[in-house]
Ligand binder design. Structure first.
Ligand code: ADP
Length: 586
């Protein structure tokens, strides 16, 4: 990276001290460039500073995730200047980008010939302000602005309800924003257009039940499947078309609907849903945490929430819980599965199960809380998930001995379990340039330094650090796999999907991966109308829930593509029913 070092023309302005003969004589401010490692390649900043003051920080190059890292890019430079420190608090939920910006500023200061230590000043926490009490009211208050919350907000508003959404993070999107694959749906017009006739509502129900080891609530699964096609149509009607259709892990059927341009489904849908909510005039309050559900005469009537300056009482006729799962709350997870204490998580930091805990406080029942999914392809150093699409497009897994060890397209729990039995309890995911060209997320893995690559299998084995025997095994595994694709039959492990192309297009890539916590299948108990059910088995009047905060849809294991289907289908149901319930209260 070429670096720039230049004196500012207005430097004299800042040397006033010497003009007036003061004892403190500062050098002229200089501008220099520094680089940090972001989530998707370099984050480059230009810093203007002298030995005591940072005057300006500008991010000049970055490719961070829209809606996550981009929030840090917008907010952090100003904060560094205001605090005159690189020890400012990073943007919650955007840690990698925040750290990259801070590292880049530090490098720029060094490059400018300044001492970064002079700017490593602890930032005093804002003096605890007296919070102002404020009362707000609406028809429907929605807690959480991930996929389920934004979908419910849009549907309730379409039906004439006034809606407030509270979101505790500085950005919308939650875990939904991180969904990389697609949305499962059955019996859609897009499937029909592609001539896919064997992947209908019934097959989708069966695959979801089988994937979940029959632990799922069959009524919820039937609703999920039956309503999935109209959910895809609704998304298309708001400009979020998912016309590409592929197979997902654990099934030969093709339900996985993806954006045309190969974008990750999560960021694509969150951006479209958020834009639609904005267009509808939905009030989304960021940095605002709901703390309690209010109940009067056994019906819910709003929530308490807070931000840095306010305690809000939000009165509402109906409440929708869309707070996501608890895959970032280790205290809660280890209550149900102590073996997870040292696992990495793919979850965003706001996935702490607040909605489940708040609902339990008012008598809601929960289901399947101990069902916590490990995803088999997680880069352990950062918790970044390598998309299932890499395998569904033809990628394979090999172990430290260079050998395949399972049907790589089996369900997530089966592949994770197989991986944990391999030497060192890790594996490599292997893909080639054909897949990189078709899947945008692969370029991100390359840019952020997750991959090793080479032009031959032999050289890739070296880059992976395999010993001689393992390297020979690896070359054989690759050749055997390519022959299996050509024959349309995987004699070794019986894989029967994601075999549309072989791995023969150089360069070849490998990422070292292992299982990581991904999805909490359990949560608040709901019925098919998204009503929250109490411990006596009855709906709690006015309380609805959707998405990862609920339990029962995925049973003992969620199949890839069903989280998105879940949040769209049940988000729509919750929004529709909450609006209707609110209208009935007038
Ligand atoms: P889903 O896929 O079910 O929509 P997500 O994880 O995408 O789940 O979204 C859940 C959202 O709820 C996240 O953005 C998270 O920050 C937000 N959230 C969680 N707890 C609270 C809370 N107490 N108050 C407000 N928002 C919350």
């Amino acid at each position: 990276m070429k670096r720039k070092l230049c004196a500012l023309t207005l430097a004299a302005l800042f040397s006033a001290a010497s003009v007036f003969g003061s004892a403190a004589v500062y050098a002229d401010p200089v501008t220099a460039t520094g680089v940090g490692q972001g989530i998707d390649g370099d984050v480059v900043v230009e810093v203007t500073a002298d030995e005591s003051t940072i005057y300006d920080v500008v991010v000049t190059e970055q490719n961070e995730t829209p809606g996550i890292g981009s929030v840090a890019v917008e907010q952090l430079p100003e904060e560094i200047v205001n605090q005159n420190s690189i020890l400012v608090e990073g943007v919650s939920g955007a840690t990698v980008t925040s750290d990259a910006i801070k590292a880049a500023v530090k490098e720029a200061l060094t490059e400018a010939g300044l001492d970064p230590a002079a700017f490593e000043v602890e930032v005093a926490a804002d003096a605890a302000e007296e919070k102002t009490d404020e009362e707000l009211s609406c028809d429907v208050v929605i807690v959480g602005a991930g996929g389920a919350g934004l979908t419910a907000a849009a549907r309730a508003t379409e039906d004439g309800a006034s809606v407030i959404v509270v979101e505790k993070m500085p950005m919308v999107g939650g875990n939904s924003l991180k969904a990389t694959g697609g949305m499962n749906a059955a019996g859609t017009a897009f499937q029909e257009a592609l001539g896919i006739t064997d992947s209908g509502v019934q097959e989708f129900i069966e695959d979801t039940m089988n994937g979940g080891h029959q632990l799922n609530n069959i009524d919820l699964v039937t609703t999920l499947s039956e309503k999935s096609s109209e959910a895809v149509d609704w998304l298309a009607s708001i400009g979020a078309e998912l016309p590409k259709v592929a197979a997902t892990g654990g099934t030969v059927h093709k339900y996985l609907h993806e954006p045309e341009d190969g974008s990750a489904v999560g960021s694509f849908l969150v951006e479209k849903l958020n834009a639609y909510c904005e267009q509808l005039g939905v009030n989304v309050m960021l940095n605002t945490t709901a703390t309690r559900i209010l109940v009067e005469d056994e019906a819910v009537c709003g929530v308490l929430a807070e931000d840095s300056g306010h305690n809000y009482t939000i009165k509402a006729k109906a409440v929708v819980l869309a707070t996501g799962g608890f895959g970032a709350n280790f205290d809660l997870m280890t209550q149900y599965d102590p073996s997870l204490a040292n696992a990495v998580t793919t979850n965003h930091s706001g996935a702490t199960g607040d909605g489940i805990l708040m609902a339990q406080e008012i008598g809601a029942d929960t289901v399947d809380m101990e069902q916590i999914q490990l995803h088999p392809t997680v880069y352990q150093e950062t918790g970044l998930l390598v998309s299932e699409s890499v395998r569904s497009m033809g990628g394979i897994l090999v172990n430290a001995e260079g050998k395949r060890f399972c049907n790589d397209m089996s369900t997530r729990d089966a592949v994770s379990a197989a991986e944990l039995e391999q030497p060192g309890a890790y594996a490599y995911i292997i893909f080639d340039q054909r897949i990189v060209d078709d899947l945008k997320s692969c370029q991100k893995y390359i840019n952020s330094g997750l991959t090793v690559q080479a032009d031959t299998y032999e050289d890739l084995a070296k880059e992976m650090g395999l010993d001689e025997t393992a390297a020979a095994n690896f070359v054989e595994s690759m050749n055997t796999w390519n022959a299996a694709v050509a024959a349309g039959e995987d004699a070794e492990f019986g894989r029967n999907n994601g075999m549309d192309g072989d791995l023969s297009t150089a360069p070849f890539y490998a990422i070292k991966i292992a299982p990581g916590i991904h999805h909490t299948m359990g949560g608040v108990k709901i019925d098919t109308e998204a009503e929250v059910i109490n411990i006596d088995g009855n709906p709690i009047p006015g309380l609805y829930a959707a998405g990862e905060t609920t339990g029962g849809v995925h049973g003992g294991n969620r199949i890839g593509g069903n989280a998105v289907c879940d949040f769209v289908v049940f988000g729509r149901i919750a929004g529709t029913n909450a609006a209707a319930y609110a209208a009935g209260q007038e």
